[in-house]
Design a protein around this ligand. Structure first.
Ligand SMILES: Nc1ncnc2c1ncn2[C@@H]1O[C@H](COP(=O)(O)OP(=O)(O)OP(=O)(O)O)[C@@H](O)[C@H]1O
Ligand SMILES: [Mg+2]
Length: 348
């Protein structure tokens, strides 16, 4: 392998590829970014070193054929099953041994992303507090209204008027159950060691029961994942809420994929974790509506007919009780929600 000492010092990740898209060189920044040792990158075709990026590989092949490079300010690459947002500059080169293409990558505004997540989490905390207080205040008088309507019903001489008291009872019941849902995430997690696949399999069973015959669920699990410390019921509920949205978005004959991977060097709300479990829920539906994208984790935000807009807000609060985070990226035909659950470091 040719050595390029100058490139070793760069903070930008650099890969060199030969004519057949095989990696001939990777600098240390590339090893860090792609979480692989140099020996796992060099000498390996790019599509095997970083599988799951077929579209990008096609763009690389075109760049070699046409001898024209390209830039991408918003590149989404799959790195070990986990999405990485990157800025890249791809340039063809001549006369540099066997190398034909230089690939430069930078992580996209890592700092900005961290700050944004922290802000989102803080804002959500404040929102939840407000909504909980409000829900309490609304819930209290509901019992009185319902009781009074029932008393009134007994006094009514004209049975035709019962229809109206029954509307009052039915609507207070509906409000009551909405308020109960708003008030649920108050209990502290009951933590135990658990296998994330058991949790996901449970979700799969529930989903298949809810969407019989119309939904395909594919699984791609990394079975070597270690156990997780967590609250089983809360995690089932969190993943179910996300997966249910995916199933609803996928619609008839749609497909939902459940994927698990290990994620490395994850920062959530300024805390850095060496490892986290990434649970990805993907669907082939129309994607998250652009005008909602910034707000879908807020309570009562819904783009779905008949939706209460609580599913994701509850899921996010369960996951943040586990020091984790839910994020998503979405284009029509491919939406992926990633639930990151940090692993406690084992002391050896
Ligand atoms: N996989 C997805 N594809 C497209 N849009 C989605 C997806 N997941 C969520 N959304 C959008 O985000 C909105 C908020 O989701 P959330 O689960 O919080 O509420 P909801 O599904 O509308 O109601 P609820 O879950 O309380 O019954 C959805 O209404 C939908 O517009
Ligand atoms: Mg939902």
């Amino acid at each position: 392998m040719t050595a390029y000492p100058g490139l070793d010092l760069l903070s930008t990740a650099v890969l060199l590829l030969d004519e057949s898209l095989q990696v001939t060189y990777a600098n240390p920044a590339a090893e860090t970014l792609f979480a692989q040792g140099r020996t796992h990158l060099v000498g390996i075709p790019f599509d095997r070193a970083l599988p799951g990026n077929d579209e990008f590989v096609e763009r690389l092949a075109r760049a070699i054929d046409s001898e024209t490079g390209f830039n991408d300010n918003d590149l989404l690459l799959e790195v070990e099953g986990y999405p990485a947002h990157l800025h890249c500059v791809i340039s063809p080169i001549e006369a540099a041994g066997e190398a034909r293409l230089v690939l430069e990558f930078r992580e996209l505004e890592q700092q900005l992303k961290i700050a944004r997540e922290t802000k989102i989490l803080e804002q959500q905390q404040a929102n939840r507090e407000l909504i909980r207080n409000l829900a309490h205040e609304i819930k209290n008088p509901l019992g009185g209204i319902r009781g009074a309507a029932q008393l009134l019903e007994r006094e009514l001489s004209d049975p035709g008027h019962r229809e109206f008291t029954q509307v009052i009872v039915k609507e207070t019941d509906r409000l009551q159950s909405l308020m109960n849902r708003l008030l649920t995430p108050s209990r502290l997690p009951r933590v135990e060691a658990l296998n994330v696949h058991e949790v996901i399999e449970r979700v799969r069973t529930l989903l298949l029961a809810e969407f019989p015959r119309e939904l395909t669920i594919r699984r791609d699990y990394d079975t070597s994942l270690p156990d997780l410390e967590g609250d089983k019921e809360q995690l089932i509920q969190a993943i179910l809420n996300v997966a249910r949205n995916a199933a609803q978005a996928a619609g008839r004959r749609g497909e939902v994929r459940l994927v698990t991977r290990i994620a490395r060097q994850v920062t959530i709300a300024r805390r850095r974790f060496r490892h986290a479990i990434a649970v990805c829920i993907e669907d082939d539906g129309p994607g998250v509506p652009a005008d909602l994208a910034d707000r879908i984790f807020y309570p009562l935000v819904s783009g779905r007919e008949g939706g209460t807009g609580l599913g994701l807000s509850l899921a996010q609060s369960y996951v943040s009780q586990h020091h984790g985070l839910i994020e998503f990226d979405s284009v029509p035909g491919r939406t992926r929600f990633t639930i990151l659950l940090p692993l406690r470091e084992r002391t050896q």
